[in-house]
Design a protein around this ligand. Structure first.
Ligand code: 13P
Length: 233
């Protein structure tokens, strides 16, 4: 068994509890509401690569560790082997595909945050995502935060679009839907989701005053370079 957390998760029960806690915090932080969104944590069982993912359509406040579903990280069209009391999140493909494509992903948060989703519902947001109106846009890994094209929730098409929008990034918007963020740990993925929502809000506010000033490539490159060392102890 393994997971990569800031807080060490000693056993699968602790990992399951950490997933539930991340869901509750996601709603308490105001970046999600109701049963929307889903959360997962990379969690291998011995040699079997897998993830712990929230069940579909179960209210977070009624969820406990036993409700979390383990799923094998197997590629292919059909649903991989699962171990759980409920069907996994309808977005299991996004979570599975992200872990398979991005080895550094230890946890994934999908939420419907009000400002990020507002932008993702606008023609401007769908075309340009969140551009470099603020240097902190680099927190997601590049000089913009892209918006994946609209596709029906729970489809392979949505997963493919999301993974393309996440090329070189750790977060993206999902057109007419919400936001996706991943990190090495649940803490990191959640913190990034909160940051992206704050940026979406600031961008939306800046748009009310006219055209936001966009940092150029050289300015963002310098920020990205500084971010590589920033915060290291
Ligand atoms: P699930 O409850 O199936 O995870 O679906 C919620 C959601 O936000 C779909 O995109």
């Amino acid at each position: 068994m393994s997971g990569r957390q800031d807080t060490v998760l000693a056993c699968e029960d602790d990992a399951r509890a950490a997933v539930v806690d991340a869901c509750l915090r996601m709603n308490a932080l105001g970046i999600n509401q109701g049963k929307a969104g889903n959360v997962s944590l990379r969690w291998d069982r011995g040699a079997a690569e897998g993830m712990l993912v929230t069940p579909s359509a179960l209210a977070y406040e009624r969820m406990d560790g036993d409700d979390i579903v383990w799923m094998a990280l197997a590629a292919g069209e059909g649903m991989p082997a699962i171990d759980g009391l409920h069907p996994p999140s309808s977005e299991w493909r996004i979570h599975r595909d992200l872990y398979l494509a991005r080895p550094q992903a230890g946890a994934v948060v999908h939420a419907h945050p009000p400002f990020a989703t507002t932008l993702a519902c606008s023609a401007r947001g769908q075309a340009g995502g969140i551009p470099a109106f603020h240097y902190m846009v680099a927190v997601a890994g590049g000089d913009d935060i892209r918006c994946a094209p609209y596709a029906t929730f729970g489809t392979q098409e949505l997963s493919a679009g999301a993974l393309a929008a996440l090329q070189g990034r750790r977060a993206c918007l999902l057109a007419s839907h919400g936001m996706l963020a991943f990190g090495a740990s649940l803490e990191a993925a959640l913190a990034l989701a909160v940051e992206v929502e704050a940026l979406a809000r600031m961008y939306w506010q800046a748009l009310q005053l006219g055209d936001p000033v966009i940092l150029d490539d050289a300015q963002m490159l310098r920020v990205l370079e500084r971010f590589e060392a920033y915060g290291e102890r």
